[in-house]
Design a protein around this ligand. Sequence first.
Ligand SMILES: *Cc1c(COP(=O)(O)O)cnc(C)c1O
Length: 435
Amino acid sequence: MQLYSTNNKELRVPFKEAVFNSLPADKGLYMPVIIPTLDAHFIQNLAQFTFQDIAFQIASALIGDALPASTLRRIIDDAIDFEAPVRPLDSGTAVLELFHGPSLAFKDFGARFMSRVMAALSQSDERVLDVLVATSGDTGGAVALGFLGVPGTRVTILYPKGKVSPVQELQLTTNGQNIRAIEVDGTFDDCQALVKEAFNNPELKAALRLTSANSINIARLIPQTFYYFWAYAQLQAQGIRKVVFSVPSGNFGNIGAGLLAYKMGLPVEHFIAATNVNDTVPRFLQSGRYEPRPSVQTLANAMDVGNPSNWVRIMDMFGNDREALARLVSSYTATDAETQDAIRAIFDRYGYVACPHTAIAWLAAKRYRQRHPGTYAAVFLSTAHPCKFPEVFPEELAAKIPMPTQVNDLEGREKQTVALEVDFDAFKRYLMTGQ
Ligand SMILES: *Cc1c(COP(=O)(O)O)cnc(C)c1O
């Protein structure tokens, strides 16, 4: 697999380089030179295969030249070891649950696959891979649990003190082994600035083999295509072939992967980009003007993104043709009040408790159906388990949230974290010496 930069289509780098760099030096995004189309017969018969078989076919088509087939198969079987069920709610609506992995969010797909790909692409004589990540919650948990115990890697997570939920904090801080958590007395932006400075620091770059687990990494995008095909397979098994996906979107990596799946031949009728009031993309699809704004805090905080970093990739896939894109992708925005109403409505109708991000996707799907009646299944993606956001729910609903084993397993585990001021020299010392 060769990749170019969205800022320089002449550039060619191999998959390994794209994985370890995350970003090209020109600050574009890596895109595959060739997006392979999967065999039509395979797609028409997806229902005959397992999730892992389908994932292997997709990964082979994209990166089969970068890793031996047996290695790729082992990575997939190991990384994708949990379910992604489509649950029908009524005759035209279903939810694709992507929260059955260790961190209870869809980011597990990207993080687990990327960690194993990074380990497989590392030579045995290379130094330990030092992964640095700043998190406001969900990313850190997925990366921590995704890399936990992966040989040849060490993860350092920076999170803002007091600003992540209790479940998220346990996921970040109770791992031990090759995972270290730093509690920064500051904001998420401070955490991100410290990580950025580390990547620019010549001494650290010389002493350590640093990499980021950034959401724009191509190795996080690829595994997210898997579950679009798998969802389609499950619907195909029920005789449904017309499918619309509604995707709760922040950085637009998830829906970007859906659109990549479409480009690879998955016959999706339409995509719905569901956002909270951070609505840069919905405004762009309407007006043609891309005007990012500072992010606004909402109940669906994993989607609080004012300038979605994957958007360039999506435009690139569609030749920067907004009208072509707007024919395939609709978008809807929900306020916090609408999100809360949607959570209540989903519960009243279906007895189903949805996390705020998921509720926004459901609401967008409902609005789309009202405008576009027809015979298709509207599948909204559930990106996280509701127990990760307890403060969002009224008590009566909160009491209905089943506690998954992943959370029960965390109870009583000891929090191991290092406290840090917003001080680059202290952070650097910690990275160099472990204290
Ligand atoms: C990260 C995240 C999102 C947004 O996904 P993008 O790929 O950034 O668009 C939505 N919901 C949850 C729960 C998340 O953690």
